[in-house]
Design a protein around this ligand. Structure first.
Ligand SMILES: Cc1cc2nc3c(=O)[nH]c(=O)nc-3n(C[C@H](O)[C@H](O)[C@H](O)COP(=O)(O)O)c2cc1C
Length: 328
């Protein structure tokens, strides 16, 4: 499929998620089949401007992951320009601008979701990104800040901006992640107002929710976030349902947990291979990645609460291996 100037194998995108969609995670999800596009979680432009060495590890080997999108968050124009300049030496496919992050830190810094309150600044940031980036630019946003009253103004800005595509999470910034705040009608509205492709996002959990999302909103592609945590096969499951009507068996078993764990460990090792001279502990990184994902792998297993507690209390990779190997 075509998304702006990009050609993607399918209409599914792995969402940027800080501390979740890391490089090993992206690699892991792709082991199960094609994913149209994967996203590197947000990088702070101020951090790139002042401590660029600390972000090198987030970009290690991204050229092996294409098509891949890299996301920036920040509202300072000079930091944005120097971040774009810094990224120019990497091979990637889309530069994504974050205008949705609801964290206290982002709002305080007047960036991320705050930009939906300050639309002139949003427009300037988009124009600057287009002017300085040699890559296609996209925008990831929510439906508004407190409410959706500005949606028409936002659509005008998007139409004037020259960006390649728009991704919209169907909640306001204030709606954070509450289930009750998901609003597909505003996604439908913006889709009808903008002239570029739209990617829809929010609570897509499998084939059925994906189909309903497409029907209601008419978006061009779908972005999946939390449903991929613990289920790397979600993209294939959705794709099979949308293209062939095949419903997947979401069964989970200890066998599957062990299989996922082994494969995830290989992905972490593959990623860490030949990273030298970067300021972080490989051992700690590997343990944290595996422990976090192990907790997600068991989430659909019945009565797994005590197992979850056991895993979360582990202090070393060895302890974690012992628990995983004993599952049967
Ligand atoms: C742990 C976590 C980290 C996230 N980090 C980012 C991020 O770095 N950039 C971003 O644009 N959105 C981020 N998001 C939002 C997701 O990309 C996505 O918009 C949101 O989770 C809704 O999609 P879902 O219902 O499929 O999870 C994050 C979400 C979670 C749960």
């Amino acid at each position: 499929m075509k998304l702006g100037t990009l050609f993607l194998e399918n209409n599914l995108i792995l969402a940027p998620m800080l501390q979740v969609s890391t490089a090993p995670f992206r690699l892991f999800c792709r082991k199960f089949g094609n994913i149209g596009l994967v996203s590197v979680p947000m990088l702070y432009t101020k951090r790139i401007e002042t401590h660029s060495r600390t972000v090198l590890r987030f970009l290690h080997k991204i050229e092996e992951e294409r098509p891949v999108s890299v996301q920036l968050i920040g509202s300072d124009l000079d930091a944005l320009k120097s971040s774009i300049d810094f990224l120019e030496s990497y091979s990637f496919d889309v530069l994504d601008i974050n205008a949705g992050c609801p964290s206290r830190r982002a709002i305080k810094a007047k960036e991320g979701g705050y930009l939906l309150k300050n639309l002139d600044e949003l427009e300037t940031l988009l124009k600057t990104s287009i002017k300085y980036s040699s890559r296609p630019v996209s925008l990831k946003m929510r439906t508004g800040f407190n409410n959706t009253n500005n949606i028409e103004r936002i659509a005008d800005i998007v139409n004037r901006s020259g960006i390649d595509f728009l991704t919209i999470h169907g909640r306001t910034v204030k709606g954070r992640y509450l289930d009750s705040t998901l609003d597909l009608n505003t996604i439908k509205k913006i889709k009808s107002l903008v002239k570029i492709p739209v990617v829809g996002n929010g609570n897509i959990e499998g084939g059925l929710t994906a189909e309903k999302f497409l029907e209601i909103t008419n978006v061009d592609a779908l972005m999946v976030g939390r449903a991929s945590m613990g289920n790397p096969e979600i993209f294939q499951q959705i794709n099979q349902y949308l293209t062939k009507g095949i419903e997947s068996n979401l069964e989970n078993s200890f066998f599957k947990v062990r299989k996922y764990f082994k494969l995830y460990e290989e992905c972490v090792d593959e990623y860490l291979d030949d990273i030298i001279d970067m300021p972080f502990s490989h051992e700690k990184f590997k343990f944290m990645e595996l422990r976090r994902n192990a907790i997600w792998f068991i989430k659909n297993i019945q009565d797994s609460i005590s197992l979850r507690t056991q895993i979360s209390k582990t202090k070393s990779l060895e302890e974690l291996h012992q628990i995983i190997n004993s599952l049967n």
